[in-house]
Design a protein around this ligand. Structure first.
Ligand SMILES: Cc1cc2nc3c(=O)[nH]c(=O)nc-3n(C[C@H](O)[C@H](O)[C@H](O)COP(=O)(O)OP(=O)(O)OC[C@H]3O[C@@H](n4cnc5c(N)ncnc54)[C@H](O)[C@@H]3O)c2cc1C
Length: 455
């Protein structure tokens, strides 16, 4: 690649800044320009719930790299509050709007990385534009929630029972609010197994969270001060002076779609494992893009920070001439709700069935530490495998001690396409402070082995 290469990156959070840093490190004479429409770069959204839990911590603590450091020590040409409004793959230009000045200009590029992320879904319901109704996606949303809490909000309604809703139910309860979770589906945590869901629900209720499922939210109503005072539902009103919409996210693909780039079946930007899009000279990474799923053996959209960082790094290397390949995902994720650690990897039973496998599953409970060693507690493990082949398809764990990181064993096994028999044979840590002689994962594998490959 020629000297003086111009690399433009759209979006400056996990994927965008990983790409920018990597490109500059590998090719210090390239001009790496990042356009970010927001006021922040490079922050950890994943830490927002835990930051909100602590009134003493500034939301700015979540910023990993300041704009000054990005410019001065990394040499990145960074433009905050600049929105890219169009990409022209033919002339290799982007149109950029300076949101402060209100002006627009055109910038050329030799290589372009789209890292526009995803946006929280906002329900188009009456009253959902009232003060006190918010989403939690960008750092500015986190700052708003902190401000609302500092004002002394007392009752929160969380619309949506996914993992962000669970984390925030815990956080808002610990900040002293009465919390109601409202989920339209028959249960919380769509896509998770019923055994895990039951434990999470019990943990929420044990801590005073009012969990209402099968309830459709229809709008929000203001109190005398003009701020939200209640949400309305098909099962009656729920008092709430803070309403958090946590009903999922959508990939930001408008720019890519308007530029004629291929959008995958998932609705995110199609990429190959080198993070290349369907257009020459354009790469994409992070929540706006698909990722190759190693169990499904096709692209999927599971928007997570871990993937965004890896894909961004690879895109940044490849725009300056490397040929790095993203190994793919297996769908490993986790969260904490009160004292319960919850994590999973791979496919759940229902998803496995929908994907055409012939799944079988087991759920077992085993203590986290050796018999008689203090501090242990039960870990529930669910494992799913394909019955005819015995190949492991996924698993979930929930428990108060050492549950979440055991999902990494499953993630590794899935990446290697292990069978249940392979899993049974794994040499895992046994030491009384950390695990019993039969680790909970191995106990589950032993049980599942009885159900696979019987034909
Ligand atoms: C509350 C919460 C908790 C989470 N917890 C976890 C967790 O525990 N583990 C985990 O792995 N993941 C977690 N995630 C997900 C993780 O934060 C995201 O996957 C990650 O932020 C994606 O990074 P990204 O750079 O792809 O996209 P984003 O973070 O969405 O950043 C994209 C940026 O692009 C900018 N942009 C978009 N369009 C334009 C444009 N046209 N011009 C200029 N700029 C543009 C946006 O303003 C945005 O700043 C969590 C997310 C949230 C909200």
């Amino acid at each position: 690649m020629a000297q003086g290469t111009r690399i433009v990156i759209v979006g400056g959070v996990a994927a965008g800044m990983s790409a920018a840093s990597q490109a500059r490190r590998r090719k210090p004479d390239a001009t790496v320009t990042v356009f970010e429409r927001g006021p922040y770069i490079s922050y950890g959204s994943c830490g927002m719930p835990y930051n909100i839990e602590d009134p003493e911590r500034s939301i700015d603590d979540l910023v990993v790299l300041t704009p000054e450091k990005a410019r001065e020590s990394r040499g990145i040409d960074l433009h905050l509050r600049h929105e890219v409004t169009a990409i022209d793959p033919g002339s290799r230009t982007v149109t950029v709007r300076d949101l402060e000045a209100g002006s627009e200009r055109t910038e050329g590029w030799d290589a372009l990385v789209i890292a526009t992320g995803a946006s929280a879904v906002r329900l188009p319901l009456p009253g959902f534009d009232l003060p006190g109704v918010t989403v939690l996606r960008e750092l500015t949303d986190g700052a708003l929630v902190k401000r609302l809490l500092a004002e002394g909000r007392k009752a929160a309604a969380i619309v949506g029972g996914g993992y962000i809703g669970m984390e925030m139910a815990h956080v808002l309860t610990s900040r002293g609010l009465r919390v109601t979770v409202l989920e339209k589906l028959p249960d919380i945590l769509p896509g998770w197994g019923p055994e895990t869901v039951a434990l999470v629900r019990k943990e929420l209720e044990r801590n005073g969270v009012d969990v209402r499922t099968g309830v459709s939210v229809t709008g929000a109503e203001a109190g005398p001060d003009g701020s939200v005072a209640a949400v309305t539902t098909d099962a009656g009103p729920v008092e709430a002076d803070l309403v958090l919409q946590a009903v999922g996210a959508r990939p930001n693909v408008r720019l890519a779609a308007e530029a004629g780039l291929r959008i995958g079946d998932t609705g995110a930007i199609w990429v190959n494992q080198y993070q290349q899009t369907s257009a020459d000279g354009i790469w994409a990474a992070g929540d706006c893009a698909e990722a190759y799923h190693r169990v499904l053996r096709r692209n999927a959209w599971i928007p997570l920070g871990t993937t965004a960082n890896k894909q961004g790094r690879i895109a940044g290397a490849n725009v300056v001439g490397a040929a790095q390949r993203f190994a793919g995902i297996v769908g490993t994720s986790g969260f904490k709700v009160f004292d319960l650690e919850v994590a999973r990897s791979g496919l759940g039973f229902d998803q496995a069935k929908a994907e055409g496998f012939e799944p079988v599953a087991v759920t077992i409970t085993q203590r986290s530490r050796a018999h008689g060693y203090p501090g242990g507690s039960p870990i529930q493990v669910t494992l799913v495998a394909d019955e005819p082949t015995g190949v492991l398809l996924g698993g979930e764990l929930a428990g108060r001690d050492g549950a979440a990181l055991r999902a990494n064993v499953l993630g590794t096994a899935l990446a290697a396409h292990m069978t249940v028999s392979d899993l049974q044979g794994l040499d895992l840590v046994y030491a009384p402070p950390f695990a019993p002689v039969w680790d909970p994962v191995l106990v589950a594998a032993n049980q599942l082995a009885k159900k696979v490959g019987r034909r």
